[in-house]
Write a protein that binds this ligand. Sequence first.
Ligand code: FAD
Ligand code: NAD
Length: 474
Amino acid sequence: MSGKEFDVVVIGGGPGGYAAAIRAAQLKLSVMLIDDRKADDGKPAPGGTCLNVGCVPSKALLDSSKHFHHIQHDYVAHGIKVKDVEMDVKQMITRKNGVVKQLNGGLMQLFKANKIEFVNGTGYLLADRQVQVTTDEDTTTVTGKHVILAAGSVPFTIPGVEIDGQHIVDNVGALAFEKTPKKLGVIGAGVIGLEMGSVWKRLGSEVTLFEAADELLAVVDTDMARAAAREFKKQGLDIRLGTKVQGAKVSRSKVKVTYVEGEKEQEATFDKLLVAVGRRAASEQLVADDSGVTLTERGQIEVNDQCQTQADQVWAIGDLVRGPMLAHKASEEGIAVAETIAGHHGHFNLDHVPWVIYTDPEIAWVGKTEKELKAEGVGYCSGSFPFAATGRGLAMGEASGHVKLLADAETDRLLGAQIIGPNASELIAECVVTMEFAGSSEDLARIVHAHPTLSEAVHEAALAVDGRAIHKAN
Ligand code: FAD
Ligand code: NAD
């Protein structure tokens, strides 16, 4: 392998790196993809954080725990009586591992079908787009006419709280508990904290979330965050805002957490503690000083709008660079970079990246929030509609939440959408499409939506922007 040259060498096989590799191969470029992740059985585990210890396994557990919860709490209303419901956590984890393994295998087949040279090892960028590749067997050097850095991210840690993988865990450990912890503490009520906290709460844990900020979900609008906080409270999640964890110690299989709430230092004891205080770019041990690639103060790889680094024909994408740390953002950047390298017009719009938090109800948004529009001095009109006023929401027994749309006051162009409620993760797509086509709330209002569907709430919210929703008093 040493001395080989490829059109494109990709370091990191997550949703950013593998999508870039596949697209580049489709465009007839020769591609090497290097990924260091291995499964427990020693086999390659491509797919990055997202497939192995992120999006996919967490959603598998979210679904399993939802089934358990619905059987216990919601089926009776449908006339379904189920006796002796029991949770087999080991089986749930085995199923989740099976889903991941199946997708790992699917990716390996795609690499083969696309004639991508896949290496299960570590890549390190040297000068002149040479890449040092270290596997279990040897270390060699290859050259890329282009190199795409896609090494992703790793969890932040906090001083005084050491992850031991057993009692104090990060996302990896929280996706693999062998039994439901009686008491689960979570540091950080962000996306991971809320999603994983919800999973284990539904399975029977007593869950306490410590959140340093005074406000829950500051990234969404206040009404949305309030609606979410109300739902989480109803579900029994104990979210302590304005609390800063000082340290955590394991003793006799329990974790003692010290935290400051207001001015007061306090203690609490848990069976497990999840640390979910954000993630940072995995840029250490990735690029040599003379590679020409520069880092920002936050340790991200510095790139321009096209994901070009400071080094000629070296690109960086996904969690390694600015912008939201989301799988679909990483993939779309990867595809755009591959197309640009092949001489096409890679297209990617950072302004229209949808977000979804997979709690129950789901929370999804795209574009600007009201807070942002006010801060920017942009005039807007808003329209909202509750799922409780839709036939489908009530028929499903999932009628909490609402849709809110924001449109430019002068042009009516759709500027933002926020949805909390059933299937928000799917419903947001219509808003993304409308925004990407520079559509207006009137466009959405004039599109025929099937009845009875949840998407009628989006339709009615669009009508409400103009004060003419049918199924609510305007
Ligand atoms: P990664 O997926 O991190 O992949 C990078 C890969 O490169 C890794 O396998 C890494 O081991 C490997 N690597 C690193 N350095 C090297 C090297 N030097 N040589 C070779 N290989 C290397 N996002 C969503 O959009 N939706 C979700 O539902 C969602 N859920 C999440 C749940 C959890 C618990 C977590 C932790 C994250 C979640 N995310 C979700 C975020 C998502 O996982 C990331 O945004 C996404 O994985 C980033 O993709 P990436 O390709 O940039 O990096
Ligand atoms: P996050 O940034 O979403 O939340 C971290 C939270 O921890 C913040 O609210 C922060 O105020 C709090 N915090 C920080 N230090 C603290 C301390 N010392 N004590 C108490 N609270 C503290 O980060 P995350 O939940 O770790 O997730 C990381 C990233 O992974 C997300 O930002 C997102 O990009 C990605 N992710 C996405 C999804 C999804 O798309 N559904 C799911 C999981 C993760």
